[in-house]
Design a protein around this ligand. Sequence first.
Ligand code: ACM
Length: 633
Amino acid sequence: MKKIILFALLIISKYCFAQSALQLSGIHIVPVPVSVKIEQGNFILRPDTKIIYSTQELKDVSGLFATMLNKPTGFNLRAMGGKERTISGGIILNIYRKPDTLLGDEGYGLKVLSEKIIISANKPNGIFYGMQSLMQLFPSQIESDTVVRHISWKAACVNITDYPRFKWRGMMVDDSRHFFGMKAIEQFINEMAKYKYNVFHWHLTDDQGWRIQIKGLPKLTETGAWRVPRTGRWGTFEAPQPGEKETYGGYYTQEDIREIVQYAKERFITVLPEIDVPAHCLALIASYPNLSSTRKQYSVWPQYPPDSIDNVLDVANDSTWIALDTIFSQVAKLFPSRYIHVGGDEANRSFWMKDPGDLALMKKEGLTTPAELQSFFEKKLEKLIIAKGKKMIGWDEILEGGLAPEATVMSWRGEQGGIKASQMGHHVIMAPYGSTYLSQIQGNPLAEPPGPGMITLQKCYETNILPEGVDPTFILGGEACLWTEHIPDYRHLEYMAYPRAMALAEVFWSQEDKHNWNSFLIRMQDQLPYLQEAQIKYATSMYDPVISAIKGSDDSMKVVLEAQIPGLDIYYRFDGTDPDNFSPEYTGKPLDIPEGASEIKVITYRCGKPIGKQVNCPLSWLRRRMKKWKKAG
Ligand code: ACM
């Protein structure tokens, strides 16, 4: 309790009165580094600052850094090759001749002195991450897209050593449910890089659209990339009507894909393509109806298709394997990633059980369950993927019926799949839906746009990549997943990603002993001005009031008000008027409902200023939820 009070005081003092030592020193790096030593003084970036790189392999990354600095400063800095010893000042990017084993491939040392900055690493990757940390030491305007004048481009003197906890730090974007396009995907990748993510998992195919050009299968992009347009709330959409035009969608040409892969590579991000099979294949099947067991002509669907629609590939059909070979040959060539993600999730296997060909295949192979037939599919697919020189990743359903010999498992239905796969000696990426699915809403449902579930910022921060029972030697890392059923455009994608992606970045990158929610909260809030400068749309849901109900001893409903983060004041009214800081303040004691009230309106303040959204909560809404919890409990 004492700790909580102390932290609330720190937050209040930081945001209301004096600036804290932390803020004064400007050290608010997310994800938090392994070690930070604050020194006296500042480095000031000037129009004549030199950027010197030690070896040719740093030429591109140094050039990118100069561009990043030139945009907001209006300077004309240029990166040059040279020796550290030959210059007296500037920013020096230096690859160790003799590798520093502690830093590994991605770690770095960042020394900011008043006359120069030195970033050292074993590999260009480390230099790039050192640059990202350095960007966070400059004022937030360093993220501006346009020139900012009359500012001192100061960075506090520090000595930082840093390296990641996990080598797989991914974010997934579902580009099928809604098509985002080149500019958005590049922007997303650029934003990922700031927080040291290194895998962009690109969900390119699903029931609502096929997004990648495959030569020899033209209908995938003529038919599969398009669906009927629907606006409004996912789940309420009308089915495609006879003769209706399919005008909503799009796809990436192979040239586009190469551009994205290159863009990501320059930011030390690997693009992991996902072609989701054997289910979630309606866009593929609508293009080539002979590939499903039912062989029917279906439409690409604007939301989840009904169970009567067969969106699953026919395992026993040779045409399926010819199409898969064509697709994966080209995918393997387009993406330099060692891995290809083949989906494998949520297959409605019932169609196979009605298909004479699939039943005959099961008999021939001695398979007794539909799960075993899927396992047969995955094992055959793995051989195909390995023959293309790649390794296969699948969602954790691929464990059912027997795991393909070399497959890597992405554990999404909780952690059990990952625990089991690791115990079997398979590599695992943790993406449990309960804390890494950023497609879930992040605060009070009355104040959020529609979406499933609820994952608060703190829940993300508490993600445990190494749960009990797991064999840690097989855990590659984790992923944040953005499924886009409820995310129709890029601005909303950003809103769902930030600031929660910062919390997960810290889970994936920072060492376990550095994880500290209170410290993260301060640093995360210091990052928000950087997001503003970069014009990233982030959520402020952590400031919104959380409203719930409990049953009092007399069986009456009582209202409980909370905030997701400490240090906020909560004000409320039951009389229909809008609350402010002159309204009753919530003290922590559950509220009795006054006679005649039908609604509670709540708002949060910090330092005498509104900070969260005002939430108007009908008491009938609370009553319904209380009943549901009671039933569930
Ligand atoms: C999934 O969320 N269906 C992998």
